[in-house]
Write a protein that binds this ligand. Sequence first.
Ligand SMILES: *Cc1c(COP(=O)(O)O)cnc(C)c1O
Length: 366
Amino acid sequence: MIEEKIMTNRLDRGYFLYQKEFEEVAIRVLRSGWYIMGKELENFENSFAAYCGASHGIGTANGLDALMLACRGVGLKEGDEVLVQGNTFIASVMGITIAGATPVFVEPDEYYQLDVARLEEKLTEKTKAVMVVHLYGQTAKMDEITAFCRKHNLKLIEDCAQSHGAKFLGKTTGTFGDAGCFSFYPSKNLGCFGDGGAVITNQEELCQTIKMLRNYGSKVRYYNEEVGVNSRLDEIQAALLSVRLSHLEELTKERQDAAKRYLQEIKNEKIILPKTREGCEHVYHQFVIRCKERDALIKYLDEQGIGTIIHYPVPPHLSKAYAYLGYRKGDLPITEQYADEVLSIPMYNGITDSEQERVIDVLNRF
Ligand SMILES: *Cc1c(COP(=O)(O)O)cnc(C)c1O
């Protein structure tokens, strides 16, 4: 028998888990005659903010816009510097630069999160904010990062696109700073069926500013106060997200159980398994291993019918898009080493025992 290839992600599985509920709400919205900025959005914004422990939620068209709108909302502008970790997905950085500010890259720690010990050395009189990215579903060391921001009077924006529901010392990501930014891209832990995003905040004024910016810079229809954007979360996506949100606890638990199995059963000295920082609740958006012979490992896994993906092969400071910042290879050695060694193995809701068994078996034989 030819075994089916195991892919790094299976979005269909997440759909079929709650197929009936998804289809019911989709039909409800289709039949309602109201498709943008209505009850479904308001309901989701409120329940998602409440789930995270924030007082306000603002739906956006995607995660990048959430980041950009948060950067603009807190007042970042040309000439301002924002400290951000080097090993992030490039959207974190684009959120900063589209808002007009300049990213300053900081190396990650052994948990792949922003290394707090390296923040101080990057501080200049232009530094106005820190953007912390809770990468792969783990959280950064938020007690020290919030203290650093308070001490130096910096804004704090959290990129939570990979950390829905992840906690540090019992507090949910997105609620530590001025604004928490989320993506609901289909593969995220809380994903919709298209593009979607949100900002959460505890500040009423910031909420109003971001709501204004996402809707052409208007508070009152056809009266425009600023040059804004069109970045709204559709009613149908908001309704589908409300369904998924109602199951997020069990979905997270399923990922954590799958991760536990990998951690217990993958045994190969060539492979470095991910570690979780004490006090952090990891939600395993990705299960990221490291290997010096990564490219050989990818090939081996592929030959055995197992898909993998690299998050991310080119760090933002070395991407063509940011050549203008003037970074060179060697400027961020840890970030660059991770880019050469990390590998994400299959991790998704609905992964079966036998799929995990095959992944483990093949990894252990490498
Ligand atoms: C997915 C992601 C984004 C961007 O989200 P989109 O909805 O795709 O725009 C931003 N930051 C991180 C860390 C992400 O993983």
